[in-house]
Design a protein around this ligand. Structure first.
Ligand SMILES: [Zn+2]
Length: 253
């Protein structure tokens, strides 16, 4: 059913949360828009103007690696200043009381961790843009270090001491999905009794398969998203109100 107003939505959601033993939140760009992080996929969004750089081009061409870092640093003002929103804080509250074993996100902005959920319990399907990794030896790099090297080399991407390319810890187009994260997300979706899809249009596969998986295993499915999704028909509750307004009442700290 679709909640027809915010107070109905909040009270219905409150009952479902109270009844649930194991809640698995699955979040997308919509939860971070109130934090100033743009939705890359939205019409007029970053990707509408700048086609994302596919992984094979990143590997093949130095100019693409330089360009990829140039774009990343251009976004730093937004990513660097972003603080968790009401949605993040509400989900962190549910984590803290033990109802949420871990949460699954399509976001790369690190805001669930910033809201207090330990990083080992944030399952990132598309990686994380707030740090970088060597593609060969997996050594971790701070963005500040990369930026320093990048600028001092005349805007050229630095490489690892092992000779590997350094890239943000995100999953690019054409790069394989992280196997461990996918397996953990599947497991979480299968064993929850309430699946909360928050701020995702649920169209990006394979990630979009999780709500279906949860539903098939008997979980209640709640979809909180501004726009309709193709899973609204099978959801137990659909909330099209603002995410911060909807989840705000569930913040307990
Ligand atoms: Zn390396």
């Amino acid at each position: 059913m679709i909640a027809h107003d915010i107070s109905t939505a909040v009270s219905h959601l409150g009952r479902l949360i109270e009844d649930a033993q194991t809640i698995v939140p699955f979040t997308g760009a919509g939860i971070s828009t109130e934090c100033g992080i743009p939705d890359f996929r939205s019409p007029g969004g970053v990707w509408a103007k700048n086609q994302p750089i596919p992984f094979d081009e990143f590997l093949a061409r130095r100019e693409m690696r330089d360009e990829s870092w140039r774009r990343r640093f251009a976004m730093e003002e937004k990513f660097g200043a972003a603080k968790p929103g009401r949605g993040h804080r509400a989900l962190a509250s549910l984590y803290r009381v033990g109802k949420v074993p871990a949460l699954i996100t399509q976001n790369i902005d690190n805001l669930h961790q910033a809201s207090g959920v330990p990083s080992q319990d944030v399952v990132e399907l598309h990686g994380n843009t707030t740090y970088a990794l060597c593609l060969e030896c997996e050594k971790r790099f701070d963005l500040a270090w990369v930026r320093d090297k990048f600028e001092s080399a005349g805007q050229h991407a630095p490489e690892c001491a092992c000779g590997g390319f350094i890239k943000t810890a995100t999953v690019s187009f054409g790069q394989s999905m992280p196997v461990q994260a996918m397996a953990r997300a599947e497991d979480l979706a299968r064993r929850c009794d309430l699946f909360l899809a928050v701020g995702s249009s649920l169209v990006v596969w394979p990630a979009a398969g999780f709500p279906l998986m949860a539903k098939r295993n008997g979980a209640a499915l709640v979809i909180i998203n501004r726009e309709p999704t193709e899973f609204d028909d099978i959801a137990d509750l659909v909330i099209r109100n603002d995410i911060g307004d909807t989840l705000g009442p569930f913040i307990t700290h």
